[in-house]
Design a protein around this ligand. Structure first.
Ligand SMILES: Cc1cc2nc3c(=O)[nH]c(=O)nc-3n(C[C@H](O)[C@H](O)[C@H](O)COP(=O)(O)O)c2cc1C
Length: 334
């Protein structure tokens, strides 16, 4: 056993970690303490479209500890949507996305673009917490608010102002992905800046970024022992048993067999909901862009998966991949 006292969270990933994924993942693998939903954009009249209602509905998340994430630049709308989700669905915490680097999100001033101007960021949180206080004073239960953030837009020096702003407000947890918006998901994480923010934050901190092996987790919890949790995204998609390896959970079943069954169940789960081969194939090809990473020849694996243009072909390709045990190199060790 190693640093299992620090929780492991599954990162929110838009288009990937929705409820079908979460349920399938959870029935094959252990070790995740909390999942986050992919971002839910707030909308006019604070109404949640059906797709998002389905994703957070308690009956679609039985046995799963879940925190919904909102994406918005409008503080009043954020407060109202957060309260609705809290009272309507029973969630005690809502996470705010201050880190999405995608052009369609930042063009509207949302996600990482929230970090572009410290005064606007400050004003956002001031209005948000004033509105939550006002609602709370009326006797309505309001949720805790956590924030998932990057360290800035273009320059690491921006982090200095950003952490001061977060420290001014009663944020319940600060999740830090130590990259700039301009860096998307590439290049090295800025651990020096993370260290400064970790030291300076008055809020509990969750670390997020580039945890691909149990050793990565061990290094982080050794260097930052006061972390509340470590959040993992791509590493868990590439190696779904990563949280088990981190926590020293040993399962009797053969890993390769479990992985194959998980991939099959995911495909079936999407097909049952979409009733459509193209959408199901699209989802599974996206999943393989991560899974392939732990095969002997990732490029070759991906090429063969991408060539499939029917579910039948796709399934035959997956069978071939497992027949040749190309996952065993890195992962047949549980
Ligand atoms: C395809 C994709 C979708 C993502 N969607 C979200 C999202 O909805 N909300 C969010 O806060 N972060 C999102 N992220 C960022 C991840 O939550 C995480 O911060 C990032 O992948 C870095 O962590 P990792 O190195 O463990 O993957 C997304 C990342 C990817 C690659």
């Amino acid at each position: 056993m190693n640093g299992s006292r620090i929780m492991v969270c599954f990162a929110p990933m838009e288009g990937i970690t929705g409820y079908i994924f979460r349920n399938t993942y959870n029935s094959f693998f252990e070790g995740i303490d909390t999942f986050y939903t992919p971002f839910i954009p707030t909308s006019q009249k604070d109404k949640l479209p059906a797709k998002y209602k389905r994703d957070i509905a308690p009956e679609n998340n039985a046995g799963i500890s879940l925190i919904p994430q909102l994406l918005s630049k409008d503080p009043v709308r954020t407060a109202h949507t957060a309260v609705k989700i809290c009272s309507g669905y029973g969630y005690g915490e809502i996470d705010l996305n201050c880190g999405c680097p995608s052009g369609t999100v930042t063009a509207n001033g949302r996600g990482a673009a929230m970090l572009s101007d410290p005064d606007s960021l400050d004003a956002f949180f001031e209005t948000l917490f004033m509105e939550l206080d006002r609602i709370s004073a009326e006797g309505v239960k309001v949720p805790d608010i956590s924030v998932k953030t990057r360290i800035g837009m273009s320059f690491v020096s921006e982090a200095e102002d950003i952490i001061k702003i977060y420290n001014r407000y009663p944020i319940s947890t600060l999740i830090i992905h130590p990259r700039l918006k301009d860096e998307y998901y590439g290049g090295n994480v800025h651990m020096d800046i993370f260290s400064q923010m970790y030291e300076e934050s008055i809020h509990p901190v969750i670390y997020n970024g580039d945890i691909n092996r149990a050793e990565d987790y061990n290094r982080i919890v050794r260097d930052y022992p006061d972390l509340k949790a470590v959040m993992i995204g791509r590493g868990l998609l590439k190696d779904p048993a990563l949280a088990e390896r981190i926590k020293g959970i040993r399962r009797k079943e053969d890993y390769s067999h479990r992985l194959k069954e998980y991939i099959r169940a995911l495909c079936d789960g999407y097909y049952q909901v979409y009733r459509d081969e193209r959408n199901t194939l699209f989802k599974m090809k996206e999943m393989w862009s991560f899974l392939a990473d732990n095969t002997k020849d990732p490029e070759k694996t991906l090429r063969s998966i991408r060539r499939a243009d029917s579910l039948g072909e796709y399934k035959a390709t997956v069978n071939r991949i497992f027949e040749f045990e190309i996952f065993s190199v890195n992962m047949g060790i549980l």
